[in-house]
Design a protein around this ligand. Sequence first.
Ligand code: NAD
Ligand code: LMR
Length: 327
Amino acid sequence: MASKPAVKVTVTGAAGQIGYALLFRIASGQLLGPDVPVRLSLLEIPPALKAAEGTAMELDDCAFPLLAGIDITDDAKRAFDGVNVAMLVGARPRTKGMERGDLLEANGGIFKPQGEAINAGAADDVRVLVVGNPANTNALIAKAHAPDVPGERFTAMTRLDHNRALSQLAAKLGVAVTDIAKMTIWGNHSATQYPDLFHAEVGGQSAAAAVNDDAWLRDTFIPTVAKRGAAIIEARGASSAASAANAAVDHVHDWVNGTDWTSMAVVSDGSYGVPEGLISSFPVRCADGKWEIVQGLEIDDFSREKIDASVAELTEERDAVRGLGLI
Ligand code: NAD
Ligand code: LMR
């Protein structure tokens, strides 16, 4: 029997498609490690509580050695009381033809009370990952309503985009994803994001140089990665779920356990010209449970333009939620 104290992990939208793919991975130990027991807290809206109970029955039926308990509630205060890891998944998924901006108003209202509940009851070491779209701006809203929680604890997910970029590049070059280092997604988790091959490396060489095909980089790679979410919706008739859950596990795992380089949307300190306070994706390294933005990268004109375009969209989203009184 594991001897470490159980970590409380709260998953919102637990009865949704990502929740269904995520909870079993958390309970199996893949989120925090094979020796860390977890207590799951499932937050749902009342009509979905029964489905969440069904998922909890299945979790019980797995007899996971690390699963120390499951609580199901529609009360955010209870769900976040004592939480160590908060995975904010519950939101309205984008449907065909809908842009993320359309979701701001619908989803903004969800993240204000959740930020307040985190502020009121979370554990001192709480770490928050926002998955629900528009993820960067939803994280901004939650953070704005949790003034007692250090701002760096609020992050949003661009790890799915990062993993998509790794996979597309590996296929193009005929290499393994493990041969690629220093991949970066900059900006918003949206079609304006900038997957950067100029700082990525393959076998120690610049990935852009290894590709040696500007047209592919510009007209195939970047749009394929940036619009992959829409392509999945078109193909499945539903937004990505298992790959999103996988990325959420990767994000929290690496934040807690450390990594030399990954992509996370984090609160800007003004690095790389991104206005302070925006939650934007950067290259980060993680150690001792903390992230820091990788510094000192040279940004050429092409990358500058791409980063600026995505950051402009984030600025617009921030201004829109400000206008709605959400921050
Ligand atoms: P889904 O509709 O299957 O599930 C969402 C769940 O959230 C539902 O069960 C719903 O009842 C619940 N919910 C709604 N409001 C809630 C609230 N206030 N509190 C608690 N639960 C609430 O959606 P899904 O496919 O699981 O996707 C969830 C979100 O993740 C969507 O916003 C989607 O766009 C987003 N997403 C983000 C990424 C990313 O890379 N950042 C990737 C894929 C999906
Ligand atoms: C994704 O990237 O798969 C999701 O964010 C779905 C979406 O809304 O594009």
